[in-house]
Design a protein. Structure first.
Length: 446
């Protein structure tokens, strides 16, 4: 699976007054690709750079940089007032800024000047404050703006996402998104055509930060013909320290959204593992949906056990047996805080699941061998012995009524003895980044 290449950008600090050569060339490209100049009328369209600015002021949680948009087609319909030098964005209260930007554009203010003005006023949001591309399919560039409120008490501060479009010769505000309660300003992450229809989508992230970890609610805003709608099905807010990427797995210009979780920034989270969630574009619904979660491999014993349980649940019994065996015998696996307690509990539970897996595979002798080893390794009074009792309850009910009956008895035993059966496997021992076990997960087969 190939990832899209990110471009390099010229950065300027908020206190510097000297532009690098790269920054000057970038701003020249921004001026040439102004939203009211059709590509066909530009003298040197092939030299135009994207109308995107990324200059560091107050970085947001996501490290993702936007990708360059592709050139728009020839514009049709009446154009707005050509961009002019010397137009100034007036000083305004933050609540009046959306209207002030609208007047600025209708007076001929340029994208470059707008971007500069927002940085001077210290309200330009990161990673992109101003970007321009055709978002509505009319052949004219629309202008997307992300600003934050300097008076906001939040970290990162609240703010607004604004989209302006040239319609019937004047700019109009087409869309406004205000920060949700407790969230930072909606930031522009990507501005480009994601599904190959010639119309750009706007990938927006609204960050929320706690004491040690930030999260981000991501939207893919697309034009419906009458307005903008979020084309991403589902929420991303549970992914810690997200890194947002676009993938083009078929190299056909149709992109997936990948969000990789960087992990919780707290020791209380316990042992963690990297994970990625990918939303794929469905042309039948014109939505990005059906998120697929992928966990990276881990050398923590608890994670190998979790993988084994998942493999068994999905009837990948051979893989499950390999992972359960690693929990028992792999000396390279890492325990979290108290190996003298964690390892015997996890191993005793793994032996119960090994026996159960062999039963599901109709391998009675191997199942009995696992039960016998469990009894031998974890006698009465030893750490791990409650799982011997769990196995005994299962066997008695299984003998009378099969797997369904045995699992029902095992689940009830877990309900009656949560401290002995459920707690040693869950977040109370291994931290809140790790899931708790339910009685159903102890023996899920009916």
């Amino acid at each position: 699976m190939s990832k899209i290449l990110r471009p390099s950008f010229a950065f300027r600090s908020s206190t510097s007054s000297t532009w690098s050569l790269a920054a000057r060339i970038s701003l020249l490209g921004i001026f040439l690709t102004a939203c009211n100049l059709p590509v066909g009328d530009q003298a040197a369209a092939s030299l135009v750079t994207p109308t995107i600015s990324t200059r560091g002021v107050a970085p947001l949680p996501s490290e993702t940089l936007p990708l360059p948009p592709t050139p728009i087609p020839d514009a049709s319909g009446p154009l707005c007032l050509p961009f002019q030098e010397g137009i100034v964005l007036p000083d305004s209260e933050f609540t009046a800024i959306p209207g002030a930007i609208l007047d600025f554009l209708n007076n001929g203010g340029s994208i470059a000047t707008l971007d500069e003005a927002l940085y001077q006023k210290r309200i330009a949001n990161q990673p992109v404050a101003v970007g321009a591309m055709d978002l509505t399919g009319d052949g004219k560039q629309d202008v997307a703006v992300s600003i934050f409120d300097p008076a906001s008490p939040l970290t990162p501060p609240a703010g607004k996402l604004l989209v302006y479009g040239c319609q019937e010769g004047v700019y109009r505000m087409l869309y406004q998104q205000v920060s949700a309660e407790g969230s930072g300003a909606p930031g522009i992450r990507y501005l480009q055509d994601l599904n190959g229809d010639g119309i750009a989508e706007l990938v927006v992230g609204s960050p929320t930060c706690g004491a040690s970890t930030c999260f981000e609610e991501v939207d893919i805003l697309g034009w419906t013909g009458t307005g903008f709608e979020d084309f991403l099905v589902g929420s991303t807010i549970e992914i810690p320290a997200p890194v947002i990427n676009l993938l083009d797995p078929q190299a056909d210009g149709v992109y997936d959204l990948e969000i990789s979780g960087g992990g919780f920034g707290s020791a209380g989270a316990g042992p963690q593992r990297s994970q990625s969630t990918v939303w794929s574009y469905n042309p039948a619904t014109a939505r990005w949906q059906d998120p697929q979660r992928r966990l990276e491999s881990s050398n923590y014993r608890i994670h190998v056990l979790q993988d084994a349980d998942q493999a068994a649940l999905e009837h990948h019994f051979e893989q499950a047996l390999k992972d359960y065996s690693r929990v028992l015998d792999d000396a390279s696996l890492i325990d979290w805080l108290e190996p003298e307690l964690e390892k015997p509990n996890l191993a005793a539970y793994a032996l119960f699941k090994i026996a159960l897996t062999h039963i599901l595979m109709s391998q009675a002798d191997q199942a009995q061998a696992a039960f016998d080893r469990q009894i031998a390794d974890y006698p009465s009074g030893a750490v791990g012995y409650p799982y011997v009792e769990l196995a005994r309850v299962f066997q008695e009910a299984f003998t009378a009524g099969g797997v369904s009956n045995g699992c029902a008895a095992a689940r009830q035993f877990a309900v009656d003895h949560p401290q002995e059966i459920l707690v040693p496997l869950g977040s109370a021992i291994f931290g809140y980044a790790n899931p708790d076990y339910s009685p159903q997960e102890i023996c899920p087969w009916e």
